[in-house]
Design a protein around this ligand. Structure first.
Ligand code: AMP
Length: 629
């Protein structure tokens, strides 16, 4: 297949292109309508088709003769547990678990919140929801009770599924008390919490509300797959926006299934029977698309890894997994490799393992710096492929098509070319198209291809406001960057108040809310400073209330504790700097865009709207003094 023809076909006749791709999956009822404009002016694919995502990921694979093939390899250096779960096993587990949830009244359209570590029960839970047509909302286990409560109130789930604990290196993190606290904080009260007890730490149960994972499904009748419409939601996944209120990204069933199948085969170049490793967590979009649904819908064997790149037990953990399961290709954020390189700079540990099964490795989630790229390329001697996407899109927007002949070559600093279906344009502030090599706002001309979210849970208008309003006719990605003369895309970073810590997207607004609630703080701005390991880390610029004489070290300690307690450890908020004042416009708005530039060590132009020009060098000096820029 040739990229140029495929790209052109998808661009010139998207309906015919994606009608063709939809044939690769099995529908209970083929879609008659391929593309439909919704009431809000967004676009939805295959609205009247009928299908079931769990059927495609599990039952269909069994029907096609893959029952004895391993669907999931669970590998947990954290607990020294390994399990090889075949498609047959998975079908049994999922249908029984779905039957048990059905027994509790969970039906099509109901929400179920999943707050679980990387244990196979979490995948079973997701698939069981999909089987019933219920909508799962997985919340990453690093989020604190308060954040979980916000998501519970937004998703209003019938049930919460959790485990007694998660594990971070050798530390057990009790999940159950955290879930209890979240339920206490939330206005919405789910009827039950189903708890998977782990032998490393058992949770106390409240008999009035809690159900034991194994007990509650012991006598359950296996449930069949329920047909849903292509436009019906499969899941809601919360991601950080620019305000404290997270955005519930809604993923539909139809477009998602077609897009993932297309991506697994064509973008990632994987076939049924191949071993694929999405080295991430089910709490993130990668976990949804390329730990669970994508590889299973494509008949692959997926690695389900509960560990870290380092200290699991050492920095050779990734290489051990590749050798042991003969991984053909994998995906992770560059930060994982930076962590490995820090521990094992020459990559000596990799020499102990046979990595010959690897065809190529993908990275995304944050910028791939050139030194990590070169280090990895030399070490593995296979193509290292940078590609780009977001929670909202659910699958890549730019990448070489590894499943096709002559995939486009890597170009350092670029996340490669647009994938068919994505008409990527670089626009200036007024919506005019930029010349090649000029940096602007990266946008995608509508319609977006299948699989990309087209609504926000409970707040459809917020979707329009967040993504479609700034540049009419285009989806605004929130990333800045440029195209080169050959159409390769370069991502330079976010143009909004979202930062990227170790490949995790976090809202600085969310942290600002926590920081400003401290009694000593008059106002604050949280910005992302460059970090050689994590990409970015948040730094709080704090203006104290008049007359406040709290010690700066004490204040920092208290703020760090607050952010850890209310947002979660994943925020990595460790630095708070007291400043005299923050730069503002004459109308009183904090000039965050400029602060971002200062933090990123970029040159900036003094904005004409600034109230007092002396503030910026003042802040720059303080940050330099503290070694933060
Ligand atoms: P998330 O929704 O959490 O997956 O974060 C998406 C954001 O991560 C994007 O909008 C980009 O800012 C950033 N990102 C993802 N992939 C890349 C990449 N390959 N290079 C640079 N930034 C990336």
């Amino acid at each position: 297949m040739g990229y140029t023809e495929e790209y052109r076909h998808a661009l010139e006749n998207p309906e015919s292109y994606w009608a063709e791709q939809a044939k690769a999956i099995s529908w209970y009822k083929d879609p008659q309508t391929i593309l439909q404009e919704t009431e809000q002016g967004t676009f939805c694919w295959y609205p009247d088709g009928e299908l079931n995502s769990c059927y495609l990921a599990v039952d269909k694979q069994v029907e096609e003769g893959r029952g004895e093939q391993v669907a999931l390899y669970y590998d947990s250096p954290s607990t020294q547990t390994k399990e090889a779960i075949t498609y047959n096993d998975l079908q049994q587990r999922v249908s029984r678990f779905a039957g048990a949830m059905k027994g509790l009244g969970v039906e099509k359209g109901d929400r179920v919140v999943i707050y679980m570590p990387m244990i196979p029960e979490a995948a079973v839970a997701m698939l069981a929801c999909a089987r019933l047509g219920a909508i799962h909302s997985v919340v990453f286990g690093g989020f604190a009770a308060n954040e979980l409560a916000i998501r519970i109130d937004d998703a209003t789930p019938k049930l919460i599924l959790t485990a007694s604990c998660g594990i971070e290196f050798d530390k057990k993190i009790a999940y159950k008390p955290l879930v209890d606290k979240a339920v206490e904080l939330a206005a919405h009260k789910p009827s039950h919490t189903v708890v998977c007890q782990r032998s490393v730490l058992t949770a106390e149960m409240n008999p009035a509300r809690d159900l034991d994972w194994h007990e509650f499904q012991k006598d359950a009748e296996p449930a069949d797959c329920v047909a849903v419409k292509g436009s019906d939601p499969l899941y809601v996944l919360y991601t950080s926006g620019t305000t404290g209120q997270p955005k519930g990204i809604v993923r539909d069933n139809g477009g998602h299934a077609v897009a993932l199948r297309y991506a697994f085969n064509n973008v990632y170049g994987m076939k049924a029977g191949d071993v694929w490793w999405g080295a991430s967590d089910i709490g993130w979009v990668v976990g949804h698309s390329f730990i669970v649904y994508g590889p299973l819908m494509g008949g692959g064997s997926a690695i389900f890894y509960e560990g870290k790149p380092i200290r699991s037990p050492d920095a050779g953990a990734f290489w051990r997994v590749i050798e042991e399961y003969k991984v053909n290709s994998m995906f992770c954020a560059p930060t994982a490799y930076r962590a490995i390189r820090k521990e094992d700079p020459t990559g000596a540990l990799s020499k102990d393992y046979d990595l010959s099964s690897l065809r190529w490795v993908f990275v995304a989630g944050e910028k791939l710096d050139s030194s990590t790229f070169h280090w990895l390329n030399e070490l593995l001697q296979v193509p290292v492929i940078d590609h780009w996407w977001q929670t909202e899109t659910g699958w890549p927007m730019t990448s070489p098509m590894m499943g096709w002949d002559n995939p486009s070559e890597a170009r350092l600093g670029s996340t490669n070319k647009p994938i068919p279906g994505y008409d990527i344009r670089v626009l200036d502030g007024d919506g005019g198209e930029m010349e090649a090599n000029e940096t602007g706002n990266i946008c995608v001309k509508l319609p977006l291809p299948p699989g990309v979210a087209w609504s926000i849970w409970n707040q459809p208008q917020r979707y329009i406001d967040s993504y479609l309003e700034a540049f009419p006719g285009y989806y605004h990605t929130g990333d800045g960057g440029f195209k080169d003369d050959d159409g390769y895309i370069y991502i330079t970073g976010r143009t909004d108040d979202v930062i990227n810590v170790s490949g995790h997207r976090l809202s600085t607004g969310e942290m600002e809310e926590v920081v400003s609630a401290h009694p000593a703080v008059a106002e604050c701005a949280v910005i992302g400073a460059n970090d050689s390991l994590k990409g970015q880390v948040p730094v709080g610029l704090i203006v104290l209330k008049a007359g406040e004489d709290i010690d700066e070290v004490q204040l920092e300690k208290e703020l760090v504790e607050r952010v850890r307690g209310e947002v979660g450890a994943l925020a990595c908020f460790r630095k708070a700097v007291v400043v005299e004042r923050l730069p503002k416009t004459r109308s009183g708005k904090i000039l965050r865009a400029i602060l971002r530039k200062i933090a990123a060590n970029e040159t900036y132009k003094m904005p004409s709207t600034i109230d007092d020009e002396t503030i910026l060098p003042e802040i720059e000096d303080i940050l330099k003094e503290r070694g933060l820029v």
